[in-house]
Design a protein around this ligand. Sequence first.
Ligand code: PMP
Length: 414
Amino acid sequence: MLEKIIDSTTQVKRYNWKQTLLYFVESLGYKPIAKNNSQGENGFMNKLIHQGIEELVPYPPGKPIEELERELGIKGSIKLASNENPLGPSPKALEAIRARLSTLHRYPDGSGYYLKEKLSQKLGVNPEQLILGNGSNEIIELSVRTFLLPGEEALQAFPTFLVYEKVVKAAGGTMISVPLQDLSVNLERVLESLTEKVKIIFLCNPNNPTGSAFTLDQLQWFMDQVPKNVLVLVDEAYIEFSTIPGQHTAEPPIKSALGLVNRNENLLVLRTFSKLYGLAGLRIGYGIGPSTLVDYMNRVRQPFNANTLAQAAATAALDDDEFVAQTLSLTREGLSFLKGELDKMGLEHFPTRANFFLIKTPIGGRETYERMLRKGVIVRSMESFGLPEFIRISVGLPNENQRFIQALREVLGL
Ligand code: PMP
């Protein structure tokens, strides 16, 4: 099945060189210059920059608190824009980091032995089925660098996490976006849009930014229809928030796609330590898939992509049951509080299975975002996701949730 996905190692190598050079050029901030120069006399960027890179815009991250406070000269702002864990990092992870600080003169364990061992016990998979990344963002990138050649296509149900398209375009590929139906992924529609050229299908479950989720049965049906030479990547960055019983919604818990990995040779599941374990700043995530698939990705990745502190912290965090329970109960309570308040305000919001809410506002996403900023509350405008009427907010601490509601009432005059 990998014949279509992997053409030859030489091709992968050649492609990586080009990719590395293009990233380097972009990281130097040359993109605007490229535009001018490519039309100018010298046009030297014409040779360096392909159309996919030319069309890219930098990923718009949630505004950092420090930046807002610097710009407005204010203090005590709150950020509910990036679906982070409001409790802070797992205490066990912090302890593990402290214990490893004196080893930082050494390179990390390039194989990620202990973290993979721990994950394999916890998830019931073999260590060879695991790949670690500098955040799950890197695993997304690695899957594209390993399996997608320029000119080939990928498929996503949009609006979804913006990084999939960015990475595909940067690789000289084309992203086909299948519209969500009622803000949910419709797997039948995705299937209908499959072409011969498609190599990777990105499915985000629960979906960012809508919070909708499909079930394991629906995914199995989908996997049965998709040709084995197309990679299906299921991004479960938020799955832990939808697997707990007694959620704020009455729906049954969503089961992880992990249960299907051993039955499907073309399925890769992505997870992260950034959300549930509160380690977003450390950058550590992982992929679970068939060992053949993972082996190819391991050939492409940088040898020390998961750093020492990240590996140690993640390994310890997996044992931090108390922190996990606290996070889940805080999220559950926060979702329920926010839902109640949004209902009282008569604001349309979407039923979520994650730790965030998509909210429609009468003055539009950008205006709401800007007005909330002036009140020291950072939310996310959904313009860049193609949803200009919406904002997305993450569940915060109880006092942060209250402050958000208060500020939103003032901003909207409700
Ligand atoms: N997938 C989704 C759906 C996300 O929302 C995010 C983070 N916002 C990521 C992946 C990336 O997470 P990480 O911090 O592990 O790179």
